[in-house]
Ligand binder design. Structure first.
Ligand code: ZN
Ligand code: ZN
Length: 470
């Protein structure tokens, strides 16, 4: 066997099952893995696509003749995986030829697919991705941006509304049906306004009810990066992170405007991840205090990512959990079973404040385990437990749909980067984009609030479970 296709064929034919040591279940798992891999080969992670598009935009910005420049398509809508990358630019049409020349000869380009007057397509070395550059007339910018941002379903709806009003929309602008007179097109705002609605943030353009809200002037004010007051989940070298507490604190203090940052190292059951015992956590508390003294403010908070064990109990006793300021409980084992009951039980622990990476998926590598999201959301609401938006590029867990369901049920969301190194703190932006795709405002998230409010949330749950009247 030499190719993936041959492997798949052999697996499907049952030949592999006949080999010693290969059961039906492992063949199934291998096939499942192959399918996930194939799906992933066609698309890349949002974080990877953003990296490529930022690199391309930075290069293109050097062309002074370019007046406006933006990435469109599913990247602008912040979908979790991305196919091709669409970049739009405006410039005086006399400059288009030289811009196309520049684009097709950029250093990262490995192959030129097309070099046309208005559209050029290349393959870049990063992930072998296709990147298209479209050159637009200045007065069609908004129309092109709207058209190429999508989604298709959103745009179909807009076209219907336009038709009812006697207009037609194309990538060049909005025109009257009667005499082809252009009525809008320079900006997106102008187009939406002409259609009788608010400008809709790209992350919402999925035809999921956003158009109806925009027509009623009732769009939510989506959460933004600047609302975030702290990172709720990251690891230090006490477990499997690469940096010391002091390095983490100094880095965050210098680069992020955070009021708090919750150290959330693994508990002892996560042996590969260097999980800590209760005694080790007690020692870590002392170091947290020393580091806070050293930087002159209480930035680091006492937290843990405690393992949810097979029976739904926790890997640390309540006596220790009580000393934590914030407790994330996560599943790191038994991915092949339904984990609903384990999670429900964890929610019932008075010291668990949030369930980490709820579904356990790794995009393109491991499917989510079976979990009844509706039941978990209900239990989270009932017990005063938050749900995490884990910002690791492969996790993005919860995803947008789940965030929306949690928000609608009144469950608070918490964004954490789950960083294991300094560069991963930037992934907070990914968590924000998921929150925005789930229509969250700042109020729907806990870590947009002050530390006092976070602690009030913690206290409320403890009181609910531990008050003597109960
Ligand atoms: Zn974890
Ligand atoms: Zn973690």
């Amino acid at each position: 066997m030499t190719t993936r296709g041959e492997l798949k064929e052999a697996l499907e034919s049952g030949k592999v099952e006949e080999l010693k040591g290969f059961g039906e279940k492992s063949v199934e798992n291998l096939l499942e893995g192959l399918k996930e891999k194939e799906k992933a080969d066609r698309r890349i992670l949002l974080a990877e696509a953003l990296e490529i598009s930022e690199m391309m935009l930075n290069e293109l910005e050097k062309q002074k003749s370019i007046l406006r420049l933006e990435v469109a398509g599913s990247i602008r809508r912040k979908k979790e995986t991305i196919g091709d990358i669409d970049i739009l630019a405006t410039a005086d049409s006399g400059e288009w030829a030289s811009i196309a020349d520049f684009f097709t000869s950029m250093e990262s380009v490995t192959k030129v697919i097309a070099r046309g007057e208005t559209k050029s397509s290349v393959i870049v070395e990063h992930h072998d991705r296709q990147v298209d550059l479209r050159l637009i007339e200045e007065d069609a910018w908004g129309a092109a941006l709207l058209y190429f941002t999508g989604s298709k379903e959103h745009n179909i709806q807009l076209r219907k509304i336009a038709k009812d009003k006697g207009f037609k929309i194309s990538e060049y602008g909005m025109f009257t049906v009667d005499d082809d007179e252009k009525v809008a097109g320079k900006t997106e705002e102008e187009l939406y306004d002409q259609l009788g609605m608010q400008w809709i943030p790209p992350e919402m353009r999925e035809n999921n009810g956003e158009i109806e809200l925009a027509r009623k002037d009732a769009l939510p004010e989506l959460v933004q990066g600047e609302h975030i007051k702290g990172d709720m989940h990251f690891h230090s070298d006490w477990s499997d992170g690469t940096n010391s507490l002091e390095e983490l604190a100094r880095y965050l203090d210098e680069h992020y405007p955070y009021d708090y940052a919750v150290v959330s190292d693994h508990s002892k059951s996560s042996r590969i991840a260097g999980g800590l015992t209760g005694e080790e956590f007690e020692k870590q508390f002392e170091e947290i205090e020393q580091v806070n003294d050293a930087i002159g403010r209480p930035l680091l908070k006492r937290g843990v990512e405690v393992d949810i064990l097979a029976d739904g109990s926790l890997d640390l006793d309540n006596g220790l959990l009580e000393k934590m300021e914030w407790v994330t409980a996560s599943i790191h084992s038994r991915f092949n079973q339904d984990n609903t009951e384990r999670i429900l039980k964890a929610c019932e622990n008075p010291f668990v404040n949030v369930i980490g990476h709820l579904t356990g998926r790794l995009i393109g590598k491991r499917r989510e385990y079976a979990v009844d999201l509706e039941k978990v959301i209900h239990k989270a609401r009932e017990t005063g437990t938050a749900l995490e938006i884990n910002a690791q590029p492969e996790r993005m867990d919860l995803n947008d749909d789940a965030v929306r369901a949690a928000r609608e049920a009144g469950v608070l969301l918490v964004a954490g980067t789950d960083s294991h190194d300094l560069s991963s703190f930037q992934y907070m932006d990914l968590a924000i984009s998921i929150a925005r795709r789930g229509w969250c405002t700042a109020k729907n998230m806990l870590n947009t609030r002050s530390w006092e409010e976070v602690q009030a949330f913690v206290k409320q749950k403890r009181d609910q479970f531990l008050s003597p009247s109960k």
